[in-house]
Design a protein around this ligand. Structure first.
Ligand SMILES: [Zn+2]
Ligand SMILES: [Zn+2]
Length: 305
């Protein structure tokens, strides 16, 4: 539950929904951002002494790791989700840093908290671009660990997707049945992961507060992917979409250059409405790829590939 929802609940109790909304809007305006999110501030490259990685706990079975922009300008976000039977690491970073120690620290803490000696680990990827799998080799010889390949056929085979990209697969971590949604467009092997436990949608590079890069010959594929996720969202509640980068400030539509620092960075989390806004922007192009600036993302066509 967010700060805004908590406050809304409190005020609704005391003063009725209408007045509560007015109060919340006043608070939100005074505070700047419309809604306090689930995370503390991320390392943003503004501090020369910031650590190479930062881990934040979303809940006791869900962790987010950011790689410092100072180690690589991409500053990607990685996700580590635990179930009863296995854990899933989504992405391994952009390189120029050892990522496995940060992952091992989270796993060790989780095992201790759960009185467990071990848990199998699956290392998969939001997609196959180089800024999301540079740490794969660090996991190659890790016991009880599977590293999923980077091509659409590797991803489809591992998750049991017979009809890529139309089929949405279920991947059970043990009491935690994730939905794996093929979302080619930005990259042919892109997937989004939906977690019913947290209602998080891990949206990779297909939706994040920054430049949504799409090869100009793949807008149709992206449109189909967004339609697929939008339809999924119509029947599944999404708390937040969490992507793989932040490339904008809190000022609507303002992009950072491809280097640190990122002062006054946009929050990582986006509401599901941002995905619908992206879907509408792509549909609005009617097959003619074009740059489109919105408050929370910038559609950025790149050369065909
Ligand atoms: Zn990418
Ligand atoms: Zn990326």
């Amino acid at each position: 539950m967010s700060f805004m929802e908590r406050q809304a609940g409190r005020f609704r109790h005391a003063a009725g929904a209408g007045r509560a909304l007015a109060l919340v809007l006043t608070l939100a305006t005074a505070a700047g951002p419309a809604c306090a999110g689930p995370f503390k501030p991320w390392i943003d490259g503004t501090d020369a002494a910031e650590p190479a990685t930062q881990t934040q706990r979303y809940d006791r079975d869900t962790y987010v790791i950011r790689q410092s922009l100072r180690t690589n300008f991409e500053g990607p976000f990685l996700y580590l989700l635990f179930g009863r039977d296995r854990a899933l690491l989504l992405d391994t970073g952009a390189g120029n840093v050892k990522i496995r120690p940060a992952v091992e620290a989270v796993i060790a803490g989780w095992l201790k908290a759960h009185g467990r000696a071990s848990i199998p680990l699956v290392v998969a990827h939001s997609h196959g671009h180089g800024d999301h799998h540079q740490g794969d080799a660090e996991f190659a010889d890790r016991p009880d660990t599977t590293v999923v390949g980077l091509k659409p056929e590797d991803v489809a085979a591992f998750f049991g997707i017979a009809d890529w990209p139309k089929q949405i697969a279920t991947f059970d971590l043990g009491g935690r049945k994730l939905s794996v949604i093929p979302t080619p467009g930005h990259h042919p092997a892109h997937i989004m992961i939906y977690d019913p436990k947290t209602r998080l949608l891990l949206s990779g590079d297909t939706l994040y507060p920054g430049r949504i890069y799409v090869p100009s010959n793949r807008f149709g594929e992206l449109q189909d992917s967004l339609d697929r996720v939008a339809a999924f969202g119509a029947t599944h509640k999404v708390a937040w979409a969490l992507g793989a980068h932040i490339e904008m400030s809190r000022k609507p539509g303002e992009e950072f250059p491809d280097r640190p620092p990122h002062p006054d960075e946009h929050p990582l989390e986006l509401p599901f409405s941002a995905l619908l806004e992206l879907q509408a922007a792509i549909h609005g192009m009617a097959g003619k790829p074009a740059r489109a600036v919105r408050d929370d993302f910038v559609v950025t066509p790149i050369l065909p590939r």
